[in-house]
Design a binder for this molecule. Structure first.
Ligand SMILES: [Zn+2]
Length: 291
């Protein structure tokens, strides 16, 4: 499943590719992909004729500003969001593809956007859990995309820091791994980066959250930021079906310390790494390096 680094990689790809993309036409191939209240019909009619502005990321959500107006090739006024917003969540397997030339869409194609020169942005989703929303201009995106309301602070924001983390974990008995997966604690960190940052911090995934010492929480904070920063720099991970806009996947996976390496020797101490299902997610750790 794409996590923060992968979604951030997709965001950057979309920003590069779609500067001034004018939605000349679009097609929803599967109604279920559209999650906004008006369904695919409204989505198509309200998206058509807009220019796509800036792409933002919040947790694992992508949000693009939409700008009405003629296709005059001119620059858009990014502060005037008169076309509303396009919201996207990739979920398990959603991915964007860029097609310079006309091509036959695969059977997993969900939504297609064309500009006036026939170049296509295609949303493909094998498992079909991915979602898109059109948000009207006068409405805050979290009113329509309700999942946004539940999100905790962004890992790279000022609000996310060791004392915030200590406050959120205080008195809690659930395992720290489970707490890290909770999007209301921190937005965007999922399975891979939770396992990796717990390894980097030397903390056992099953440790009850409230039992972590101050110094461990500080280490965990630093490790999470480091792991996410490195992975964004590598364009996300090679694990899962993740692909960026150009069809390549990231390089972080090859360097993972524990994720996906259950049964293999720890890269640091040689001890056999363990794997177990914790809160429904596979969890990987080194019984020697993590205490
Ligand atoms: Zn080890």
């Amino acid at each position: 499943m794409p996590e923060l680094p992968e979604v951030e990689t997709v965001r950057r790809g979309l920003s590069d590719r779609l500067a001034n993309f004018y939605i000349s036409d679009l097609q929803v191939c599967r109604d279920r992909a559209i999650a906004s209240p008006g369904g695919s019909e409204e989505f198509v009619s309200m998206m058509r004729g807009n220019k796509i502005g800036q792409w933002h990321r919040r947790g694992k959500y992508l949000l693009a500003t939409l700008h009405k107006g003629a296709n005059d090739g001119g620059q858009i006024n990014s502060t005037n969001i008169d076309g509303g917003w396009l919201g996207v969540h990739l979920r398990m397997t959603g991915q964007f593809q860029w097609h310079e030339k006309e091509s036959i869409p695969c059977s997993h194609t969900r939504v297609r956007f064309w500009n006036q020169t026939g170049k296509e942005l295609r949303f493909v989703d094998i498992r079909s859990f991915g979602q898109m929303w059109w948000v009207p201009p006068s409405i805050a995106p979290e009113k329509i995309i309700t999942g946004l309301k539940k999100l905790g602070p962004e890992p790279f924001s000022k609000e996310f820091n060791p004392s915030y983390l200590r406050q959120r974990l205080k008195g809690k008995t659930r395992p720290i791994k489970t707490a890290l997966l909770d999007q209301s604690v921190v937005a965007g960190a999922g399975n891979i980066y939770s396992d990796e940052s717990l390894f980097a911090a030397g903390i056992l995934p099953k440790t009850p959250s409230g039992q972590l010492k101050k110094i461990q929480i500080e280490r965990l904070y630093t490790s999470l930021i480091e792991v996410l920063t490195i992975s964004i720099g590598k364009g996300g991970t090679t694990f899962s079906d993740f692909r960026d806009l150009e069809g390549t996947n990231g390089e972080y996976g090859g360097q993972a310390w524990v994720y996906g390496r259950g049964g293999q020797p720890c890269r640091k101490c040689g001890t056999k790494l363990l794997r177990e299902i914790l809160s429904g997610r596979s969890t990987h750790w080194c019984p020697k390096c993590q205490k």
